[in-house]
Design a protein around this ligand. Structure first.
Ligand code: C2E
Ligand code: MG
Ligand code: MG
Ligand code: MG
Length: 291
């Protein structure tokens, strides 16, 4: 049909764009039924207290087991869920699963805190508070042991109304954390006003911690910033003992990462709850320090 096109007509689609659009369209359709078909599952990754080596909580991370395509990353389908308005239902489902599961683990580890990601659209939903409250009440979990993770980018967008939402969430008793901290453009003046409990250092700064002095400096700065503001600080993406030793020396509170465990299905989580693992040796030095 090229000859039918007037000289002012743009060619909108390349074959690749078309293929991509078709793929997204069929993922969209599949995603609409995924929850009802039980294709969505929640995995859990331990959060480890660096001073003791004990698992003190977990982050709930959603997985999609697509019947034909296999496991699809949340990095791929969460944006689609946001686009087609499914994120609220999916997010509340994750919260309900995670709270019910954590309540069971709390029988063994009473202080266990469960962290759940909240997407920007979910955060702005007018029913957020009611739904969070209802879900927590239904599961019977203590709200002080539920933590909601919000990304730095989400929080820095329309700050004044966000502070109100955060304060209302705090009134429910939940803990709040700033996820992927350091990747956005936080204003320190706002950070002071956000009623949050935890900063999570983004894993891009943790990766080369041992070899890159600039990353090391950023991590040290975030840890001392958090502590000066009386916040806890968690390092993401810790994969080796060198990184852990550095974080321990800097008094980072907790870590998450493959060094301890990848995210696992709930039935595999149990063994991670008990004693400190054998890779855990270095941070004990911290307890002997006299300062
Ligand atoms: P996030 O919240 O920053 O989660 C941390 C991600 O880092 C997870 O990826 C986790 O598997 C990965 N990770 C943990 N330790 C390591 C490590 O040592 N090395 C490396 N290379 N990666 C590590 P995942 O599960 O693929 O999730 C990606 C993102 O998808 C999450 O980033 C979060 O933004 C989003 N997401 C996942 N589950 C949910 C959910 O239930 N709701 C919402 N709204 N978003 C979710
Ligand atoms: Mg997170
Ligand atoms: Mg993160
Ligand atoms: Mg991240």
């Amino acid at each position: 049909y090229a000859k039918d096109q007037g000289k002012n007509t743009f060619q909108f689609y390349s074959p690749e764009m078309n293929a991509k659009a078709m793929e997204n369209l069929s993922l969209e359709n599949d995603l609409r039924g995924a929850l009802a078909r039980n294709e969505l599952v929640v995995f859990y990754q331990p959060k480890v207290d660096i001073a003791s080596g004990i698992t003190v909580g977990a982050e709930a991370l959603i997985r999609w087991e697509h019947p034909k395509l296999g496991q699809i990353s949340p990095l791929k389908f969460i944006p689609i869920a946001e686009e087609i308005g499914l994120i609220n239902d999916i997010g509340q489902w994750v919260l309900a699963q995670a709270c019910t599961q954590a309540k069971l683990w709390q029988q063994q580890t009473p202080g266990f805190v469960i962290s759940v990601n909240v997407s920007p659209q979910q955060f702005r939903d007018e029913d957020l508070l009611d739904r969070v409250q209802a879900t927590i009440a239904r599961s019977g979990i203590d709200p002080y042991k539920v933590e909601l993770e919000l990304t730095e980018g989400c929080l820095m967008d329309s700050v004044e109304s966000n502070i109100q939402t955060l304060e209302a969430l705090k009134d429910l008793g939940v803990r709040l954390s700033v996820d992927d901290f350091g990747t956005g453009y936080s204003s320190l003046a706002y950070l002071k006003r956000f009623p949050v409990d935890v900063l999570k250092i983004d894993r891009s700064f943790v990766r080369d911690l041992a070899s890159d002095p600039e990353d090391a400096a950023i991590v040290c700065t975030i840890i001392s910033l958090a502590h000066s503001l009386k916040l806890e600080v968690v390092a993401e993406g810790v994969e080796d003992t060198e990184q852990l030793a550095f974080l321990a020396k800097q008094n980072c509170d907790q870590f998450q990462g493959y060094l301890c465990s990848r995210p696992v299905p709930p039935e595999n989580f149990h063994s991670l709850l008990s004693a400190p693992a054998n890779w855990f040796c270095l941070p004990r030095q911290k307890q002997k320090r006299s300062d």
